[in-house]
Design a protein around this ligand. Sequence first.
Ligand SMILES: [Ca+2]
Ligand SMILES: [Ca+2]
Ligand SMILES: [Ca+2]
Length: 187
Amino acid sequence: MLALGVALLLPSAARAVPPAVVSFGGGVANVNATTGSEDELVLSVGGIFFRVDAPTSKVLAGGGPCSGPPTQTFVSCLTVVPGGSLQRIAVNLGNKDDTVNLSQIPATVTSTLNGGRGDDRITGGPGADRIIGGRGQDLARGGAGNDTLNMRDGSRDVRIDCGAGTDRAILDRIDPRPRNCERVSRR
Ligand SMILES: [Ca+2]
Ligand SMILES: [Ca+2]
Ligand SMILES: [Ca+2]
C-alpha cells in the first residue's frame, strides 16, 4: 500500500511547479510566469548579464541570449548582443501568490510589474517602476525613482509604500494609507 501511495504522489509533485519564462531582446527583458505556480523571482544585473533567480520556484530560458542550468534555479541573459543594452523589464507574475524583487536592478532601467491574481509581494527597483497589484491582497514597494503603484482592484491590499522619488498611487477607498506617495487618487 505504501509503494502505491508514493507512485500516486510523485506525478502531481512533478507537475506542481511550471517555470517562469525569461526572454531578452531589443533592450527589453520579459519575464512571464502566467501558469499556475507560486513564483519567487529575484532580478539583478551583474556585469554583462541580466539574471533572474528563482530560489523556491523555477525559471526557464526563452532562447536567444538567455540560458540556464537544467535545475532551472536561474536564467542569465547576455546584454552585449546587438540592441542588448537593458532598458526595460516587463514581469507578469500570473495567478498565484508570487514574489518579485528588483532592488538589484540599475536605476536607468524602467519596469512594468504585474502581480496578476493572488496575494503578491512586489518590490520595485531604484528606477521608475509601474506596479500593478492585480486582484488579491498585495504588498507593493516602489523603491527609489518616480513610480506609479496601481492597486485599484476592488479589494484591500496589505501594504503600499511608494518609496523615495515623486510617486503616484491609484487606490481603492478600502486600501490602507499609502506611505511616501506624493499623489494619491482613491475611488
Ligand atoms: Ca500573482
Ligand atoms: Ca522604483
Ligand atoms: Ca486595492
